[in-house]
Design a binder for this molecule. Structure first.
Ligand code: SAH
Ligand code: SF4
Ligand code: F3S
Length: 451
């Protein structure tokens, strides 16, 4: 490669889960430390970081089309940006990216991106740089202080996965489960709150597998961390995602009845309602044991909004298996959910299983599942009408004076001009939920509680 001018501006594009978004923010902070600034909206950046996701085929393919597009625009303008590929595709296919895409200067895995500034120096000198090591804790220690501003912030507390569900790439792209130390998390949370965060969402591939020692040296799980965070003045809301049924501790369930700042929302994927499919997926729980956990949550927090992830068309899934999934959806009555067609991922056991499902059958099942999930989501929203709650304003609406925010149950709520004046991003506003749609609600302001 030719030596390049040191980049002055950057853009980070994140394609994956919330942890991938968090990583993107941290990479942006690292670059800002170096004096490189975000490229203004609509302008080409000198450095583009593609922060990729490998979870499904469609997500992974995006990286090559993006690289192609960047290289073509560069050829037209005479100025190709430095391209860095980060994230889970970098981890899984680093060498292939280097081979297939000569326009790429840097390949950096999700556990090695603290080294991005050094790699940038290498790239500027005209050499390509790749790093897909997995020193997870070293990464966090080497990152600069948080600069992020905004009402709602992500905080990665746990990374990696030891579960090895047979369809999933995460254990390979993110490595083994690790927990960040308690004291580091409390410090990062304080920094975020001082910068204006009213809400913190604790992140982990299996967030409820987080384990640590509190400031008195006592062993504690996620509930202990949540109790400690709840003591931070100015922090109004705590959320956490994604949980795994097999890591659920009594103390976390109990925390939902004890900690007012802990929002009544739980994202607990089940993937399928059929025990036969769950076994083939290596989930190591049954449909029944999953439903029992939810009942225990609802006993301490009856208004809890449930969310889940579903895969249709896993190898060998029969119509009867799929109907079991519809049945569990009806039993749990999810307020929100994500559902996907099974996507065979290279190197995972399920990719070579017998009984791969016809794409048309998958398509049909996904339609039916999404219709059913949509009915429950709408019903949950309708049942919320008449409630008074706080919303955290996180977006400006389309019309002047219109604001959008999130209810405690993570519903999108909009305030119209009449009710929405005098607000700012990050305000907590008390509203009465007045009307419900399938994807959002309309709120009427009662009073401003928190400016
Ligand atoms: N750790 C989380 C999920 C991380 S991946 C958990 O276990 O719940 C997010 C979601 O992507 C998964 O819950 C699953 O529903 C989906 N997913 C993962 N691998 C997939 C694949 N190969 N095909 C389709 N969906 C997949
Ligand atoms: Fe993937 Fe399963 Fe781990 Fe979730 S628990 S990240 S689905 S292997
Ligand atoms: Fe995607 Fe990696 Fe997250 S594969 S879903 S970005 S952990």
């Amino acid at each position: 490669m030719e030596p390049a001018a040191p980049p002055k501006t950057f853009r980070v594009k994140s394609f994956g889960c919330q942890m991938n978004v968090y990583d993107g923010e941290r990479m942006a902070e690292l670059l800002a430390e170096r004096g490189i600034v975000p490229a203004p909206e609509g302008e080409d950046a000198d450095l583009v970081v593609l922060n990729t996701c490998h979870i499904r085929e469609k997500a992974a393919e995006k990286v090559y089309s993006d690289i192609g597009r960047l290289a073509a625009t560069g050829r037209r303008s005479g100025k190709t940006p430095l391209i860095a590929v980060a994230g889970c595709v970098a981890q899984a296919e680093g060498e292939e990216i280097m081979r297939r895409a000569p326009a790429v200067s840097i390949v950096v895995g999700p556990q090695a991106y603290h080294r991005l500034p050094d790699m940038l120096d290498t790239a500027v000198s005209g050499k390509r740089a790749a790093d897909t090591d997995m020193p997870a804790i070293a990464k966090f220690d080497a990152l600069p202080q948080r600069r992020k501003r905004g009402a709602s912030a992500f905080l990665t507390v746990q990374e990696g996965c030891d579960k090895f569900c047979t369809y999933c790439v995460v254990p390979y792209t993110r490595g083994a489960e690790i927990s960040r130390p308690f004291a580091h998390l409390i410090t990062e949370a304080h920094t975020l709150v001082e910068a204006g965060a009213k809400e913190i969402t604790l992140l982990g591939q299996n967030v409820n597998a987080w384990r640590g020692e509190d400031h008195k040296g006592r062993a504690t799980g996620l509930a202990g961390l949540i109790h400690a965070l709840a003591a931070i003045d100015g922090l109004a809301r705590i959320r956490y995602t994604t949980s795994h049924p097999n890591d659920m501790e009594d103390s976390l369930i109990a925390a939902h009845g004890e900690v007012a700042k802990l929002m009544p929302y739980l994202h607990l994927p089940v993937q399928s309602g059929s025990d036969r499919v769950l076994k083939a997926m290596n989930r190591q729980h049954s449909a029944e044991s999953y439903v029992r956990i939810i009942e225990r949550f609802r006993a301490v927090r009856p208004d809890l909004a449930l969310s889940g992830d579903f895969i249709v068309g896993f190898p060998g899934e029969t119509e009867a298996d799929f109907e079991d999934t519809l049945r569990i959806v009806d039993e749990v009555r999810y307020a929100h959910a994500f559902s996907f067609k099974y996507s065979p991922r290279p190197g995972t056991p399920a990719a070579s299983m017998d009984g791969q499902i016809d794409p048309e059958v998958m398509h049909d099942r996904l339609q039916r599942l999404q219709a059913r999930l949509g009915q429950h989501q709408f019903a949950f929203n309708r049942d919320s009408v008449g409630q008074t709650c706080e919303i955290l304003i996180d977006r400006l609406g389309r019309d002047p004076g219109q604001w959008l925010g999130k209810s405690p149950w993570l519903q999108s709520v909009w305030l119209d001009q009449e009710h929405g004046h005098n607000h700012a991003l990050g305000d907590l506003v008390e509203v009465r939920l007045a009307d419900a749609g399938p994807n959002s609600l309309r709120g009427e302001r009662t009073q401003v509680l928190f400016d």
